[in-house]
Design a protein around this ligand. Structure first.
Ligand code: KG4
Ligand code: ZN
Length: 342
């Protein structure tokens, strides 16, 4: 189960294979506010979670009794939204006497490109160390992976996440929410050199990101434009902004590849659905002769419960169950446990 933001999700997995993956998106409820409203998200999760779980079980053709382990997102995310999934997981674990696994949402994104369909495809072999770039509405992280559970965080955003920056830019242009896919569509017909925008934090060796300066620069350049001028250049503005975000992501990724010399590249999170980003990533992978893994299906880039189930499966195999299910608490700011001594 996954309820950390604005998608109410439940999935059924058999090991690492997806038997059912149900996502009830709340986008239309939040769109008019230009972002996710926690109270609205919580209420919608509470109204939908039972139906979503029932649908997942139905599609997977299993009953609750046949389920072996319940995995749920513990954090990070919106506290009151996380609480809905956690409470439901506890209730089911108690009623059906099931073991529980608590999953970090970011760890879910990181591994989402290993998910397989019902037939066990695609078969993917990760050679470690792997380098993962996770880019979503809430997170932008570069992580070196030595093995499952052994992570080194190489860089992360100091302010806005990449998806969040795209969402905010879309809002400034009076476009809808979420902004990423809208900007992607508009950008296809735009001139990416139309606006000159900064590529933040490129000096030095840092692998951290910062997108708030980019957003501010964008704002100051267009704030005095009459509405008609913005309206007449939406594609150019979208293309310029998107290029600044994507180029920054890819340059840092290249820097991380050179620094850590990984054997595999993995990219995931909502922004990884972006085709222009994927094109740039393929060039990097080719240049360095590295296999590049992305989730095999578009809906596995954005929030879903299949990725939570996959990490749940990995953790269950290692016996990492929640010891006392009743006391499992939501953790809005949950960090990735690195499992390394440094
Ligand atoms: O992974 P996700 O569903 O949720 C978080 O964990 O945050 O990511 C949502 C984010 C939003 O900011 C959205 O604008 C962005 O991913 N996004 C995209 C695309 N699809 C979703 N950004 C760029 N291009 C896309 N096609
Ligand atoms: Zn997410």
């Amino acid at each position: 189960m996954e309820t950390s933001c604005d998608d109410t999700c439940a999935a059924v997995l058999e090991d690492d294979r997806i038997r059912a993956n149900v996502i009830s998106s709340q986008t239309n409820l939040h769109a008019k506010w230009g972002g996710v409203v926690p109270d609205i998200a919580k209420r919608a999760h509470a109204e939908r979670i039972e139906g979503v779980i029932a649908e997942a079980l139905k599609r997977a053709r299993v009953t609750m009794e046949q389920i072996e382990v319940i995995a749920v997102t513990q954090g990070p995310g919106l506290a009151i939204a996380l609480g809905v999934g956690i409470d439901k997981a506890k209730e089911l674990a108690a009623r059906y006497q099931k073991k529980m696994v608590a999953v970090n949402h970011v760890e879910g994104h990181i591994w989402s490109n290993l998910l397989k369909n019902g037939k066990g495809l695609p078969e993917r072999q990760i050679i470690f160390p792997a380098l993962a770039l996770t880019v979503s509405g809430g997170h932008t992280k570069l992580v070196k992976i030595e093995a499952f559970g052994k992570y080194q965080i190489l860089g992360e955003t100091l302010d806005d996440a990449a998806g969040e920056a795209l969402d905010k830019a879309a809002k400034m242009m009076g476009l809808g929410y979420p902004g990423g896919p809208i900007i992607e569509r508009l950008a296809q017909k735009g001139d990416k050199h139309f606006l000159e925008l900064p590529r933040p934090m490129m000096q030095g060796k840092s692998l951290d990101f910062s997108f708030s300066g980019l957003k501010t620069s964008f704002y100051y350049q267009i704030r005095e434009w009459p509405k008609e001028k913005v309206g007449g250049h939406l594609a150019d503005l979208a293309a310029s902004f998107q290029e600044a975000v994507l180029e920054t992501l890819v340059k840092k990724l290249v820097r991380a590849v050179e620094k850590t010399e990984p054997k595999t590249l993995m990219v995931s999170g909502g922004v990884a659905a972006n085709l222009a980003l994927r094109k740039k990533l393929r060039v990097v992978a080719e240049n360095y002769g590295l296999p590049l893994y992305l989730p095999f299906k578009k809906e596995l880039n954005t929030d879903n419960a299949a990725m939570i189930g996959l990490v749940g499966f990995f953790k269950a195999k290692r016996g990492e169950y929640v010891e006392n299910a009743v006391s499992l608490d939501r953790a809005a700011r949950l960090e990735l446990v690195t499992g390394l001594s440094d």
